[in-house]
Design a protein around this ligand. Sequence first.
Ligand code: VG1
Ligand code: CO
Length: 544
Amino acid sequence: MTIRTVSTTPFTDQKPGTSGLRKSVPVFQKPHYLENFVQSIYDTLNPAAGKTLVLGGDGRYYNRPAIQIILKMAAANGIARVKVGQHGILSTPATSCVIRKYQTDGGIILSASHNPGGPEGDFGVKFNTANGGPAPEKVTEAIFARSKEIDQYKILDAPDVDIDTLGESKLGDMTVEVIDSVTDYQALMESLFDFDRIRELLTSGKFRMCVDSMHAVTGPYAHALFEQRLGAPAGTVMNGTPLEDFGGGHPDPNLVYAHDLVEILFGSNAPDFGAASDGDGDRNMILGRHFFVTPSDSLAILAANATLVPGYKGGIAGIARSMPTSQAADRVAEKLGVACYETPTGWKFFGNLLDAGKATLCGEESFGTGSNHVREKDGLWAVLFWLNILAVRQQSVQEIVQEHWQTYGRNYYSRHDYEGVASDRAQELVDRLQSLLPTLKGKSYGSYQVEYSDDFAYEDPIDGSISRNQGIRIGFTDGSRIVLRLSGTGTQGATLRVYFESFEPNPQKQHQDTQQALGELIAIAENLAHIRHYTGMDKPTVIT
Ligand code: VG1
Ligand code: CO
């Protein structure tokens, strides 16, 4: 077997976004495209020689060929060992778990998460560091810088590696270890949750649930956990076989894209509990019978009930949420007397807080919740957390949420996404709004008065690094907010995300329709940002 050094020229567009490098499959299939980016990762490992990495993906189209290329390049770069998920499958939280458990030097996750897959769909490559978390900005910037000057990569000329049989084999001098995708992750879940009690609930005959894996990576994990280990009847997990194109769907667990599950939970004879997860298994949507739990509320409720769960019975050190996530969690943190941190969008910003022991639970409004058990958000962890709470409290999902609102007040919350907007028009909208920001303070719009308006900047309390331009915030004197930002995960045009939040302490007024309760703020956003004009759309693509 010989190591081949291949001459290449840089691509200019390999800047990782909110969560790794995401492009369409045809872009990744261009000669040298994947190779350049992977070599840039290996070059920033400095040195790659002797390192151990974890490798796996969400099973989407191009997962298997990409794994072969990455393995052969790893061998050529002197990497000592790669732990690969069997069949190339590892969910994002399971990858984080394996990196941490075996103290490897990091890992590579092949996923474009909630973006559609297939030959014309999206693909993605994300590098995680030794703490198990997404590479922080200083690392992704180094990878990007390297990608702009790269002139060669190394690859081993060798036959494909068998990634379907568990066990070790050699690729040149490197050891390839094919690991079971589920075992380590399941063991971690068993160490955190009261499996006996959850099993009792699921086999009691009084509780029915439905888990939608959306033809994506969580299928094998959900079958193993809920049906095999916890005794739920076969069929509890739907769409549980990972498909390369996710069955043609959008593996995004929200009310629009997880419509199969939504129909069941809002239909007649609905089960008590429903959950869905995304392409790579780090997101979750939680439903009760005829009831939707917003992700922001979910974070707050997990925090308020954490001591009911064995893994968190000693209490939590703090909560961290992304800036656009509602302030429901802040109210819980205040009551518990723990800190609440507000970070930019993207899980990479939670890593330092978790490593420093400042936060135990983290969450994003985009259906992401997690804790210090790994360094990624974790969809099935959130489902187990809810099941553990339900098993202890013996109440319905709706009762638990409504009691929470009575105690803490309700943060009405919604996100409006405008997908596939022309990039220059989206940028014009943002530029114009940015120029207005200094003039807004003190102005009144209907019953709201602007208290502050800025472009969110974050100073990391651990390493002092500063991240600017993380989203436009317009805050009102009563605590309501409008937030606007452009997505960093899309691959076509721009996606504008507009977030709305208002607070309602009065239990009598906590049962309004969310869009109605936020109606005035929605109108103010249109008035200030001219969304219809710049997007050319008269309504959002997705409302969550
Ligand atoms: C979106 C979400 C963000 C999340 C990111 C990755 O980013 O808003 O909260 O961390 O996706 O999630 P953006 O830049 O498109 O708004 V995942 O599950 O796609 O890795
Ligand atoms: Co995801």
